[in-house]
Design a protein. Structure first.
Length: 288
């Protein structure tokens, strides 16, 4: 309930309230009343539970009598306990009663309904109450889990953002001083086995990054072999060569790459993409 922004108008009893969300000056207790079918139930509930507030914000036309209301959200303090409203079925007007507790135990239908106002009173007073200790604890745990998860994500992102600015420097420094850094890691408890092959993996990372940049920038040559022809794309320009006229550096690199498996790179030459597909890096041409 937002008691600051909205105006609450008592409807016959101090805890049956119309929430005048638009602060409409035409809304008043004189022209807005509780639906006659619902009134005996709402009056009895309001008297029996003075600490509750029965809040409505929808008015229905009621002829010359003005407007009436027939749907109520029930609060105790800031806790919403449930909802009560009038509906119409084949048997006539009925009271609909629902909250999360009742909904979880219901096999069918969208609410509990009854024409018996005494039964409706018992259903409301039995099922509308603040959370049990177990429910409150479950809600607290759920909220705590969400808040902690949010905080972890927030601060991890903040750290990752700051760390990212130092990553290249730290990685370069580590690999340029590998033996010293390796010993520090081992002294700190890192298993030596997990550090084996680190320099080779780093070299592979750099090489494949260079190939990736070359592919994106078109600074290398993409080669497709079709029979005796070499279809070569360099800087978006396509040329077709036979073996005798294929540029020397491309011929040499393709020859090297043919000796490795698919999806393999060779430093200084490029990568074998597939059986008849290759990427030759610009570095291969520069070294020719």
């Amino acid at each position: 309930m937002n008691e600051i922004e909205n105006d609450y108008i008592p409807l016959g009893m101090p805890n049956i309230l119309f929430e005048n969300r638009k602060n409409n000056a035409e809304v008043s207790a004189a022209n807005t009343t509780v639906n006659p079918f619902m009134f005996p139930l709402m009056r009895r509930l309001a008297q029996a539970r003075p600490q509750w507030k029965f809040v409505t914000s929808r008015r229905n036309m009621a002829g010359e009598a003005g407007f009436n209301v027939s749907s109520f959200d029930v609060y105790e303090g800031s806790d919403k306990l449930g909802r009560i409203w009038k509906a119409y079925e084949n048997r006539g007007d009925v009271v609909c009663i629902d909250n999360d507790r009742m909904s979880s135990g219901r096999q069918r239908g969208s609410c509990h309904t009854t024409q018996d106002l005494k039964k409706a009173f018992k259903l409301v007073t039995k099922n509308f109450h603040g959370p049990t200790v177990a429910e409150a604890m479950s809600s607290a745990i759920e909220k705590a889990t969400g808040v902690v998860s949010m905080l972890v994500t927030k601060h991890r992102k903040e750290f990752d953002s700051k760390y990212q600015h130092m990553y290249d420097f730290l990685m370069s420094y580590t690999m340029n001083n590998w033996e010293q850094m390796k010993q520090l890691a081992i002294d700190a408890g890192v298993s030596p086995m997990t550090l084996d092959g680190m320099t080779e993996a780093y070299d592979a990372k750099l090489a494949t990054h260079e190939i990736s940049v070359a592919v994106m920038n078109g600074t290398g040559a993409t080669v497709l072999i079709r029979g005796d022809e070499y279809i070569v794309v360099i800087n978006g320009v396509t040329n077709i060569f036979d073996t005798d006229h294929l540029p020397t550096h491309i011929k040499r690199s393709v020859g090297v790459l043919k000796m490795v498996e698919d999806s393999t790179y060779v430093e200084g030459h490029g990568a074998r993409v597939g059986k008849d597909k290759f990427f030759v890096s610009a570095k291969a041409g520069a070294s020719s």
